[in-house]
Design a protein around this ligand. Structure first.
Ligand code: ZN
Length: 223
């Protein structure tokens, strides 16, 4: 792929999106609501670049019966690193934003039963909705961020990053044991409890404090 075709991260000029890493089950109340154990090490997966959208439209194919929203803090990496130490991890962060990790829960359930990868539940076009970012130096403590998501005007999720099972710096240190993190890599840091179903016509509005980051997303059925 030509470098020029990679989308630039809104709010972080000069940084182009590379990989989209995600952590699952990173808030214990969410792990419990789906009857999953709280992990003793981060559960990692990726979304392909094809799933990335800054356009605010989720496209739902007709073969998905239970599409879910997961509202998450998204970390943008700004500095390359491998085997990053926890105490240095935040120096590798360029900015913070919000994301919706769209998940076909029905497909994920089947994949989990078969011990197959989650790709088809997580990786479809538009399934990684991402907001604009604020620079990392505008956030004093990434473990003290509050974010909310209203679905059609009704509060569905409230996240407080102080409740993460693995902190942002722990996630960066762990992930960088296995892969070299690159400027422009994104990290979806997990969803708090309150996940639920989406349908065509829904409007999702997410907000984050501090930073005044907002994300508004519409849901459209693909006929
Ligand atoms: Zn997620």
């Amino acid at each position: 792929m030509a470098t020029s075709s990679l989308p630039e991260l809104p709010g972080l000029p000069g940084l182009q999106t590379r990989n989209i890493y995600c952590i699952g089950r990173n808030y214990d109340a969410h792990a419990r609501e789906l009857n999953n154990p709280v992990p003793d090490r981060p559960v990692l997966f990726i979304k392909p670049l094809a799933s990335l959208s800054f356009d605010g439209v989720i496209l739902l194919p007709p073969f998905i019966s239970e599409p879910h929203y997961e509202t998450e803090l998204v970390v943008a990496i700004g500095k390359k690193g491998k085997n990053i130490k926890e105490e240095e991890a935040l120096n590798h962060v360029a900015g913070y934003g919000l994301g919706i990790d769209v998940t076909a829960r029905d497909i994920q359930h089947e994949l989990k039963k078969a011990s197959h990868p989650w790709f088809l539940a997580k990786g479809l076009d538009t399934f990684a909705q991402v907001s604009s970012f604020i620079a990392a130096d505008a956030v004093d403590d990434p473990q003290n961020i509050i974010f909310t998501m209203n679905l059609n005007g009704k509060r569905k999720q409230t996240g407080n990053t102080s409740k993460m099972v693995f902190s942002v710096k722990e996630q960066i240190a762990w992930l960088s044991r296995f892969v070299t993190l690159q400027p422009g890599d994104l990290l979806f840091t997990g969803t708090p409890e309150g996940v639920g179903s989406l349908k065509g016509g829904d409007i999702l509005q997410a907000e984050m404090t501090p930073g005044e980051v907002t994300l508004e997303v519409r849901v459209k059925n693909i006929i």
